[in-house]
Ligand binder design. Sequence first.
Ligand code: GAR
Length: 186
Amino acid sequence: MKIAIFVSGGGTNLQNIIDEVESGYLQNVEISMVMTDRDCYAIERSLDKDIRTYVLDRKSFSEDAEHNLIDEEIDLIVLAGFLTILSPEFTAKWGSKMINIHPSLLPKFGGKGMYGKKVHKAVLEANESVSGATVHYVTAGVDEGEIITQGTFEIEQGDQVADLQRKVAEVEKVILIEAIKKISES
Ligand code: GAR
């Protein structure tokens, strides 16, 4: 299964996928390319492994990405901390082959403008006792696609945004790899 990974940030999830392809756990998976919409640390992780890496303009991202995906016959797109909202044409075409990881228990704390630390801040302000992460298929509605898997953790008294970020990263490491493995074996 050939995958393309879209990133906008630190690339922790990208690194987890790279590690599990290298370890042989994701044995049917080949990372064909990484695409990003901005200058970010994930680019270094990608180039470090000699993965084909594209830095595309946010405004024309969907159109520009399309060409590269078709040329390589990509089977799955993984949005691993990707922040540009893709065009409705793009999601209509690729949605059944495109998954996203989101740092909350969707449908709670999702939608436009809900990403990264903003999600954790909202979770704390709502006095939630549990949070987690979700892997879901991508549709035109932001964070609304069919849920594939979720992982949870307890929020302890005194937890700050940084604590939730750390706990979410641990959960994401497990559920994103399991989702990719399941799809690669189906
Ligand atoms: C991850 O926590 C991911 O769930 C979140 O961004 C982080 C990226 O971290 N995605 C969103 O908020 C999308 N709405 P990483 O770049 O270190 O993998």
